[in-house]
Design a binder for this molecule. Structure first.
Ligand SMILES: *Cc1c(COP(=O)(O)O)cnc(C)c1O
Length: 385
């Protein structure tokens, strides 16, 4: 029996992968035949807290009994609590938050805030960058095959090479509303910003009067060994976008910004479901759990252990191992798909990042024995690959 409904068209860029999952608990997934898998993809970073984390399940159940939805016209206790909690851990200087339902929506809000606050039109993004699939977010996304069938996209977007300060200086001027960057490019294959790049981006923006948007949708919530990756660069962005694991697996998006941007913003923006009580209750529980368990510290420790092990393999099939915390990319000389399949045959789920990169984004709660098993399985697959 297959649970995949043939009538449900997903328009994914690759065929849907087997197996079909029915249950999850922390880093473990079970398929419909009862097979067990270690999840080292965490749905592209949604699962930092693991599957069905009991703290999140409990909060959702309680909130579902109290109040499922009241729209943005009125306040709810769940939203007020979540907003306070989020701002209490936010990167310094960010005291305002707009809530939505996905990463793309968080980016759309960021782009609209930047244009409406500066009165300028141009957005500078990076080559290999990924910011989502809606028309505005897609305009900031680099990959040609994601963009081309839907053109014309939103005008005013330009892409510069990542980690190239001179190119950024040349592109940003008095017409630039914002620069949007990831601190670690995720979908682009795990490329980490250099020590100088993000501070330089801040300087370039300041000199031109442009805003700096940091997209932490994949890097946030402890993934890179800090609660937010930008903390490592000691840079204050004007806007930060969050989503993926922010509410422990429940759909959510958040756009954090400064009071200065809020004051300068001319216009209106809103969302019917944004800030809905279920997502907010899950989000409050998720942040409490991440802080209590110091998930960023686990990411730092388990990530460092993996980088040493993977670099030590010296497998001829591997071109480069990159990473920060539990965001790890293994660039191969050949295709990633056969290695991903070999891993899956051993009960380990990993994901790609471009055609030749294997990406590991395990739940930050993964037990050390499961993480070691996954890395050993990867070692075997790489040596034979
Ligand atoms: C996943 C992702 C997005 C888009 O999020 P969706 O929830 O899929 O819309 C945007 N930016 C980055 C960096 C991402 O990793």
């Amino acid at each position: 029996m297959s649970l995949v409904d043939p009538r449900s068209v997903e328009f994914a860029c690759s065929p849907k992968r087997e197996p079909t999952f029915v249950r999850g608990s922390m880093a473990t997934l079970w398929d419909e035949d009862g097979n067990e898998y270690i999840d080292c993809g965490a749905s592209f970073g949604v699962g930092n807290l693991g599957h069905c984390n009991p703290a999140v399940v409990e909060a959702i159940q309680q909130q579902a009994r109290d109040l499922i939805h009241v729209g943005p016209t009125f306040g709810t206790k769940a939203k007020a609590e979540f907003t306070d909690k989020l701002l209490s851990i936010a990167p310094t200087g960010l005291g305002r938050v707009f809530l939505s339902n996905s990463g793309s929506e968080a980016v759309e809000a960021a782009l609209k805030f930047a244009r409406a606050a500066t009165g300028r039109k141009t957005i500078i993004a990076a080559m290999r960058g990924f910011h989502g699939r809606t028309m505005g977010a897609l305009s900031a996304t680099w990959r040609r095959d994601f963009r081309e069938p839907f053109e014309p996209l939103v005008p005013g977007f330009e892409h510069v090479p990542y980690n190239d300060i001179a190119a950024l200086e040349a592109a940003v001027d008095e017409r630039t509303a914002a620069v949007i960057l990831e601190a670690v490019q995720g979908e682009g294959g795990v490329h980490v910003a250099t020590t100088e790049y993000l501070p330089a981006a801040r300087d370039v923006c300041d000199r031109a009067g442009a805003l700096l948007i940091i997209d932490e949708i994949q890097t946030g919530m402890g993934r890179t060994g800090r609660m937010f990756a930008i903390e490592r660069w000691n840079v204050k962005p004007d806007i930060v976008t969050l989503a993926k694991s922010l509410a422990g697996g429940v759909p959510i998006g958040a756009t954090l910004t400064t009071e200065a941007v809020e004051r300068a913003f001319q216009g209106s923006h809103n969302s019917t479901f944004g800030g809905n009580p279920i997502a907010c209750a899950a989000g409050t529980a998720a942040i409490d759990y991440a802080v209590r368990e110091r998930l960023w510290a686990r990411a730092e420790k388990l990530g460092a252990m993996a980088l040493v092990g993977l670099r030590g393999l010296k497998a001829p099939s591997v071109r480069e191992v990159r990473g920060l915390g539990l965001m790890i990319g293994i660039e191969l000389r050949g295709k990633a798909a056969p290695v991903l399949q070999a891993l899956q045959d051993e009960g380990v789920i990993a994901i790609g990042g471009g055609s030749s990169v294997i990406r590991l984004l395990p739940p930050l709660v993964i037990p050390e024995d499961q993480w070691s098993f996954a890395l050993d399985a990867l070692g075997r697959a790489l040596r034979h690959g």
